[in-house]
Design a binder for this molecule. Structure first.
Ligand code: HEM
Length: 435
C-alpha cells in the first residue's frame, strides 16, 4: 500500500479548513490535478484527513469499510442538535435506524402522499403571479426560485413532521419557521455563548431558539397522537429525550434548504428547454433520469465525514487510525472513470452506459449510514417537479444571469437566480384567443 498523496501539514498552522470551506470545489479540483489522484490528504478541522473524490474510494469508505470509518461524536452537529442518530455509532446507531426508518418507508410513507400533493399544489399554484407581483409591483425585486422552493420545503417539513400547517395556524407556523432559521444560524456561527443587554451572539440566539423549539416539540409529542409526531412518540427509542431530539433534527432548516437546492437545479437545468420538459412530463422514467442527473451535477451537500477507528486503506492508500476521511460528492459524481463527459447534463447516460449505477451516486450518502429520508425526498421531488412540468412553461428572467454555484451550506447559484413562469393553460387559452 502507498502513502496518501499530498501532506497533512503541522497542527493548527497547517490547517486548511478556511480554504476548504471558502470554496470546497476549487480546493479539491486543484489538488486532484496536482496529485493526479482522486484521493489525497490535507488537514481539515485540524485533523489529518483523507479526501475521497473517486467512486471507488467512496464505495469503500461508506459501504465495504463502514465498520472502520465511523461517525464523529464530536461533530459540530452535536452542539446544536444534541445526541441523534447522525453522530451515533455501533449497535445504538443500528437500533435507532431500525426504529426511525419505519417512519420513512411503507405505510407511514404512503400516508404522507396526500399532504405532499396538497402542499405542492398550494405553494406552486401562484408561481406565475408571485414572480410578476414581486418583480414589478410589490418589492421591485424579482423573486428568486430558491426562496420560493425553500418556503415549499418548510411547509412540507413542518406540516408533515409537526402537524403545523401554514394555512391552519399561520402564527404558530411563522414562529416555528423563524426559530428554525435562528437555530440553524448556530450551526454556521462561532460557538461563543455571549449575551449582554441588547446584544447576543448568533450562537447564543441559536441556543435560545433551540430551547423554545424543544418546548414546542415536547408539547406536540405529549398531546398530538396523529401523524408523524404520533408515530414517533410511540416508537421504541433508547431514552426519553430521543424522540424530541430527533424531531428537532427533522424540522431543521437544513432539509428545506436541501430540497430547495435540488428543485432550483432542476428548474435551471430545464429552463428554456421545452422539449426536455415535455418528455419529462410524459415519460416517468425520463423524469427519473433527469432527476438523477440533477443530483449528480448539483448534490445539495458537499459530502460527509468519518474518522478511522483503526489503521486501514482507501483506494489502495494507507489511512492511519485517527485520520479523518471525507467524501466530496461533487467530485465523486464527476469521476471520469465512471461518468463520461462528466460536466455535461446528459439524462440519457442513465439508460445507456451508466444504467444500473445509481448506487455510485452519494448525494444521499450510501451504505449502512445512507440518508433515511431519501424515499420521502424522492416522492416529494417527483410530485413537485410533475406539478411544475404540467402547469408551467419557464425561462430565466433576465435571460442572461451569472449561474456560478456556491457549494456551502447547500449547493445553489451564488447570485439568486430569477425565473419567469407562465401557466401552460394560460398560454393555451391565449393561443386559442388569437386563433
Ligand atoms: C434533499 C434532501 C436530502 C438530502 C440531499 C440528504 C442527504 C443526506 C446525506 C448525504 C446523508 C449522509 C451523511 C453522511 O454520509 O455523513 C444523510 C443522512 C441522513 N439523512 Fe438525509 N438528506 C435529505 C433529506 C432528508 C430527510 C427528508 C430526512 C428526514 C426527515 C433526512 C434524514 C437523514 C438522517 C437521519 C441521516 C443520518 C443517517 C445515519 O447517520 O444513519 N434526510 N442525508
Amino acid at each position: 500500500m502507498s502513502k496518501l498523496p499530498g501532506n497533512a501539514g503541522v497542527s493548527v498552522l497547517g490547517d486548511k479548513s478556511v480554504e476548504f470551506y471558502r470554496d470546497p470545489v476549487s480546493f479539491c479540483r486543484q489538488r486532484i490535478e496536482k496529485h493526479r489522484s482522486g484521493v489525497f490528504q490535507s488537514r481539515l478541522l485540524n485533523r489529518p484527513t483523507a479526501f475521497i473524490c473517486s467512486v471507488k474510494g467512496t464505495r469503500e469508505l461508506l459501504c465495504e469499510k463502514s465498520n472502520v470509518f465511523l461517525k464523529d461524536p464530536t461533530d459540530l452537529m452535536t452542539n446544536m442538535y444534541g445526541d441523534t442518530i447522525v453522530t451515533t455509532n455501533g449497535e445504538e446507531a443500528c437500533l435507532l435506524r431500525l426504529s426511525l426508518m419505519s417512519l420513512f418507508t411503507g405505510s407511514c410513507l404512503e400516508s404522507s402522499n396526500d399532504y405532499i400533493t396538497s402542499v405542492c399544489e398550494r405553494c406552486l399554484k401562484d408561481l406565475s403571479l408571485s414572480v410578476w407581483s414581486a418583480c414589478v409591483f410589490l418589492s421591485g425585486q424579482p423573486e428568486c426560485v430558491y426562496s420560493a422552493f425553500k418556503r415549499l420545503g418548510t411547509e412540507l417539513v413542518l406540516g408533515l413532521f409537526l402537524n403545523v400547517r401554514a394555512e391552519e395556524q399561520p402564527e404558530l407556523y411563522q414562529e416555528i419557521s423563524q426559530l428554525c432559521t435562528q437555530h440553524w444560524h448556530g450551526l454556521i456561527s462561532a460557538p461563543v455563548n455571549v449575551k449582554v443587554p441588547l446584544w447576543s451572539s448568533g450562537f447564543s440566539t441559536a441556543l435560545d431558539a433551540r430551547d423554545k423549539l424543544m418546548d414546542i416539540i415536547k408539547d406536540k409529542l405529549e398531546h398530538d397522537k396523529q401523524g408523524f409526531v404520533g408515530s414517533l412518540g410511540s416508537l421504541p427509542l433508547p431514552d426519553s429525550s430521543s424522540a424530541s431530539q430527533h424531531l428537532l433534527l427533522f424540522i431543521s432548516a437544513l432539509i428545506p434548504k436541501a430540497l430547495a437546492s435540488l428543485l432550483t437545479s432542476f428548474t435551471l437545468a430545464l429552463s428554456g428547454n421545452e422539449q426536455m420538459r415535455r418528455r419529462a412530463m410524459e415519460e416517468p422514467d425520463y423524469l427519473r433520469r433527469v432527476l438523477l442527473e440533477v443530483q449528480r451535477l448539483w448534490p445539495p451537500f458537499i459530502g460527509g465525514r468519518r474518522i478511522a477507528d483503526q489503521d486501514s486503506t482507501l483506494a489502495g492508500f494507507d489511512v492511519p487510525k485517527g485520520y479523518g476521511a471525507i467524501y466530496i460528492s461533487h467530485a465523486v459524481h464527476r469521476d471520469p472513470e465512471v461518468f463520461q463527459q462528466p460536466d455535461s447534463f446528459l439524462p440519457e447516460r442513465w439508460s445507456g452506459r451508466n444504467a444500473g449505477q445509481e448506487h455510485f451516486l452519494c448525494a444521499f450518502g450510501s451504505g449502512p449510514r445512507g440518508c433515511i429520508g431519501n424515499k420521502l425526498t424522492d416522492v416529494f421531488l417527483k410530485e413537485a417537479c410533475m406539478y411544475l412540468l404540467k402547469h408551467y412553461d419557464w425561462h430565466l428572467d433576465p435571460p442572461s444571469q451569472d449561474l456560478d454555484y456556491k457549494w456551502l451550506p447547500v449547493s445553489r447559484p451564488a447570485n439568486p437566480p430569477t425565473v419567469s413562469f407562465t401557466r401552460l393553460d394560460q398560454t393555451r387559452s391565449d393561443r386559442n384567443d388569437t386563433s
